[in-house]
Write a protein that binds this ligand. Structure first.
Ligand code: NAD
Ligand code: MG
Length: 384
């Protein structure tokens, strides 16, 4: 039986890894639709290799260029086309757009009744309660692709969430773990995106360097597994072999170990509840030298502390945090602000935007827009 899939964000790191997985299992998957922002050359290669029926391109000019290539695929153009692509009936929609841009497509997939595999954590951070409620009402399964959440999902299987004492989210610590904060003032984006253990897109790589990524993942875990903040712990594990752990009431801890490669959680999500033979290598336990675990230092990584603060505030605070962070990371990547200013911009937004109730998506988008304005104002005040 073939599994029909749509990949939102097919030109990104997760999108490309997903197509690698598809290629490893000939005949098992049928790629129905691809969606991306504007990388026409890569989309054209993907169309030739995987023959989707539809391709959605957010950027109108890029869509026009792709149409002109006449590749025998229906090209959908513009921002709305991502929602259209997400709503095409398939067995699973893999959500791998980066940032808040993925929120409407995720909702659109749910409303269409498509099972979703979610790598795109920002929508869950912004509107996790609304997304999970909507999925429950529509009877849609939400499968986590983020490696830590995929690990927790696997460890929780067959157990009651009420028996969980706490979960331990592992963090590699990023490229600057152990480096004194003051010496990071002038690090260029090229250095911040060089992750020691994972190969990822630019935004999540910077988030990993600030540890904001782990903060976003705490919020992601709260919604995915319906856990209170107090039951989620972050632990630094530089080897990135243990992808996360679940500690139960009786003191037992179940851990998930695996190769440091996103193709594994992607394969798991695409084939769940089956388990298929790995065509992508295995973890050799005898080659592991050591597995270490340490508590994070919040003063070294203020972004992690800010994310936990937003989680405590609740309502639209996580959406404010996320929007300010996206704005600040984009400015850092464009060399407009320094690495240490990312947390300053986020803190200003979080402390100066009123977090209201997350009553509906419109409220969340309004909070997002407000926080982006606030973040831009802060950067102007910082002289950039
Ligand atoms: P990436 O930057 O490599 O790719 C992003 C994809 O989103 C691209 O296909 C791009 O075309 C598309 N995109 C970006 N902006 C868009 C817009 N406005 N409209 C439509 N499409 C748009 O990012 P990535 O590293 O693949 O990460 C994707 C998501 O998965 C992120 O939310 C990230 O946090 C999450 N994630 C990634 C990894 C990883 O290893 N890369 C691991 C866990 C979670
Ligand atoms: Mg992760």
């Amino acid at each position: 039986m073939t599994t029909r899939i749509t990949i939102l964000g097919s030109t990104g790191s997760i999108g490309r890894s997903t197509l690698d997985v598809v290629q490893h299992y000939p005949g098992r998957f049928d790629v129905v639709a691809l969606a991306a922002h504007s990388n026409v050359d890569l989309l054209a290669q993907q169309i030739r290799a995987f023959h989707p029926a539809y391709v959605a391109v957010a950027d109108e000019q890029a869509a026009a260029r792709l149409k002109a290539m006449k590749l025998g695929v229906e090209v959908l153009a513009g921002i709305e086309s991502l929602n259209e692509a997400a709503a095409i009936p398939v067995d699973i929609t893999l959500c791998a757009i980066v940032g808040a841009a993925g929120l409407r497509p995720v909702v659109s997939a749910i409303d269409a009744g498509n099972r979703i595999a979610v790598a795109n954590k920002e929508p869950l951070v912004m509107a996790g309660r609304l997304i999970m409620e909507r999925a429950r009402r529509r009877g849609v399964e939400v499968l986590p692709v983020d490696s830590e959440h995929n690990a927790i999902f696997q460890c929780l299987h067959g157990h009651n969430v009420s028996d969980v004492f706490r979960v331990h989210l592992t963090a590699s610590g990023g490229p600057f773990y152990g480096t004194p904060r003051e010496s990071l003032r002038d690090v260029p984006p090229e250095q911040a995106v060089k992750h020691p253990t994972w190969n990822m897109g630019a935004k999540i790589s910077v988030d990993s360097a600030t540890l904001m990524n782990k903060g976003l993942e705490v919020l992601e875990a709260m919604w995915l597994f319906d856990l209170p903040l107090e039951k989620i712990d972050v632990v630094i594990h530089p080897q990135s072999i243990v992808h996360s752990l679940v500690e139960f009431m009786d003191g037992s801890i179940l851990a998930h170990l695996g190769v440091t490669d996103m193709k594994f959680p992607i394969l798991f999500a695409l084939t769940w509840p089956e388990r298929v033979e790995s065509a992508m290598g295995r973890l050799d336990l005898t080659r592991m030298r050591e597995l270490t675990f340490a508590a994070p230092d919040f003063s070294e990584f203020p972004c992690l502390a800010l994310a936990l603060h937003a989680a405590r505030l609740g309502g639209t605070a996580p959406a404010i945090l996320n929007a300010a962070n996206e704005t600040a990371v984009a400015a850092f990547c464009a060399k407009r602000i320094g690495f240490l200013q990312i947390s300053e911009v986020v803190e200003e937004a979080l402390m100066n935007c009123d977090a209201g109730q997350d009553v509906d998506l419109d409220t969340v988008f309004a909070a997002d827009a407000h926080a982006r304005r606030k973040a831009s104002e802060t950067m102007i005040a910082l002289g950039v």
